[in-house]
Ligand binder design. Sequence first.
Ligand SMILES: Nc1nc2c(ncn2[C@@H]2O[C@H](COP(=O)(O)OP(=O)(O)OP(=O)(O)O)[C@@H](O)[C@H]2O)c(=O)[nH]1
Ligand SMILES: [Mg+2]
Length: 373
Amino acid sequence: MANEKVCNGCGAIIQTIDEDLPGYVPSNILLSKDKIFCQRCFKLRNYNENKSIVIDNNEYMNILEIPGKNNLILYVIDLFNFHGSLINEIKKYKENNKIIVVINKIDIFPKSININRVLIKIRDQLDKYDIPYDSIEIISTKNNFHFDDLIARIKKTDSSKNIYIIGNANVGKSSIINSLLKYYKNDTNVFVTTSVYPGTTLKTLKIPFSDNSFLYDTPGLFNSKNIYHYIDSKNLKYILPQKEIKPQVFQLNNKQSLFLGSIARIDFIDGNSTSFIVYCNNQVKLHRAKLDEKTNEKFNKFILDKVFIPKSKIINNIDDLQKTEIYIPESKRTSLIISGLAFIDIMKGNVNLNVYAPKGTGISIQESFIGED
Ligand SMILES: Nc1nc2c(ncn2[C@@H]2O[C@H](COP(=O)(O)OP(=O)(O)OP(=O)(O)O)[C@@H](O)[C@H]2O)c(=O)[nH]1
Ligand SMILES: [Mg+2]
């Protein structure tokens, strides 16, 4: 029977009836514990094992209904997938709340990148999409890069405000909560569940922060453009970058194609030969191939080869991928983004490409955030 208790890891309402629904706890455990973690959180936290459960879509409806005024909103963005992190509804908080845009996971980018340049480009893009903010912090929760700056910013803003952490799934919201509890509040006791799998936090969690304020961890919003919707969870570890990306450079011309594992491909249709700098999980198997009448056959063979990771159960041949025609303009260094899988900096434009990716995956271009022009 459902009761008032919630899981301290993911926020789901505790229930003892159905193992396949959120918040399940075997009844003998429920009776004996004060602070409760549901069975799914227990497995994620202890064995990194993702038990897939059925989530009612209504659960996500209220995430962005932040009550009252004078809250502090930490809007977390994944620089690896900037467009996929944009949330239009942020605009409605502009009048009555303070907003800090938090760019997390900077550690996955090569150390050589120029943070000031990244900051300028982020500002440009936030302005372009009319996303309001009072300040921007670029941090890593993993190695604490500039985390003290975030804390200083929160203190400066007003530590008596309630803090809501919002953003897309997997951007690191719960990890930021845990770091705030540890480094701001010196509390290592309450740990919300984090995991490599998108969709970890299931309901908004309210955690005491200062004497009269609370921290709210919210479930990640799902962006249908993100490639991880079209890939089975076993392969996610090959897609979501965990460690510093080692970019790979390919010189490509109009007789060539670049395979990204068994789930995406870029065909160079026409234009002058130029460098492609590929940023993705280091485990994605990249392969440059000749572009001719045999390329499809070769790609189809690679899908069957277990070395060519990542894979997807629903992609059995090239026809299962959607083709998008993209023109890279002759201007500054441009990033081609395959949402959630890779961004590829193309040094010289005036190039026509065919990009193949699982149907639904966002394909876009933007001025490069990280490289010099
Ligand atoms: N490399 C790196 N990984 C991070 C960082 N912050 C979080 N992660 C990892 O990103 C993954 C997702 O982190 P979570 O904190 O669960 O993300 P979330 O936004 O709460 O996810 P949902 O609850 O699914 O919306 C985990 O594997 C974290 O270890 C970071 O700064 N750098
Ligand atoms: Mg979370």
